[in-house]
Design a protein around this ligand. Structure first.
Ligand code: GLU
Length: 286
């Protein structure tokens, strides 16, 4: 296990997905986490590459190169999530032993049709809540379908999970204790059909294994913190402090995305900007 806190500093991380080149919004996020470690603290770079269809090694290489160019350094080895599936499977087994996991064989179109036909279809932060089709299957039916080789995701039984965990709150650097409301997500997927984990599970397990004490990330991920806090409660993990920063927008007020090629650190480097200039453009002021 990684050290938790060293000489009063924080253990922080920047955790990009290598699905494109980093833009100045990522620079802001990485610099924020890097400086948040404080004196005597530790900064980790983590590559969140669980999605084989979207993640590319060339982008991972570019992330390391661009961050080093900005003047950042980090603990080695860099943790790449695709190399640690066993850790996520172990956590999933723990949740399964508590009776909180069930297999779901639904296709996207089956879920869509069920939602369209229902009178009451609640929406969560990630879209429509799963309507619970596979939750009703008997153990026998589940086993038959798994034995038959049917592809399936693994879902968390949110109602039971929330009841077992009881009321939870997470510590926000600005707002103090914030009540977690994970139930609005419904039965989230914790292992995908193609990968034995999901974003929510992998992030929670890694923040724990890396001993992260402070999570700096964009405010778009505030809702996800509710699910991460619940998983921490269920898995017996210590919850870090969360500091969600503002999102960097373009000149028209639109949030920057990886498709905004001219705002990538790479493009700005090529156009002759210095690291200091790129840091200033990102709005980071230390
Ligand atoms: N990998 C996520 C992203 O690139 C960030 C996850 C996190 O910071 O918790 O958006």
């Amino acid at each position: 296990m990684a050290k938790r806190r060293s000489e009063g500093g924080e253990v922080t991380r920047f955790a990009p997905s290598p699905t494109g080149y980093l833009h100045i919004g990522h620079a802001f996020s990485a610099l924020t986490a890097f400086h948040a470690r404080g004196k005597g603290g530790t900064f980790h770079l983590r590559i969140e590459d669980i999605d084989p269809g979207r993640c590319k090694d060339e982008f991972t290489d570019a992330i390391l190169e661009d961050l080093a160019w900005l003047g950042l350094d980090w603990e080695t080895p860099v943790r790449k999530q695709s190399k640690h599936f066993k850790d996520y499977e172990d956590a999933l087994k723990k949740l399964n032993l508590k009776g909180l996991i069930y297999p779901c064989f639904c296709t996207r179109s089956e879920i869509k049709a069920e939602i369209e036909n229902s009178v009451h279809a609640p929406h969560g932060p990630d879209g429509p809540v799963y309507p619970g089709i596979c939750k009703k299957l008997s153990d026998e039916k589940r086993e038959d379908r798994i034995d038959g080789g049917e592809a399936h995701v693994k879902r968390l039984d949110m109602q039971v999970a929330a009841a077992i965990a009881g009321p939870l709150a997470w510590r926000d650097a600005g707002q103090g204790m914030v009540k977690a409301k994970p139930d609005r997500f419904g039965d989230v997927v914790l292992a995908r059909k193609d990968v034995p984990t999901s974003y929510h599970l992998a992030v929670t397990v890694d923040d724990h294994l890396q001993g992260i004490t402070k999570v700096n990330r964009g405010s778009d991920l505030v809702p996800s913190t509710d699910v991460h806090r619940l998983l921490q409660g269920l898995l017996g993990y210590t919850s870090p402090t969360y500091d969600h920063h503002r999102l960097i927008k373009d000149a028209t007020g639109r949030r920057l995305a990886k498709r905004d090629q001219d705002m990538t650190i790479r493009a700005l480097r090529k156009s002759g900007y210095t690291p200091e200039e790129v840091i200033n453009m990102s709005g980071f002021s230390g």
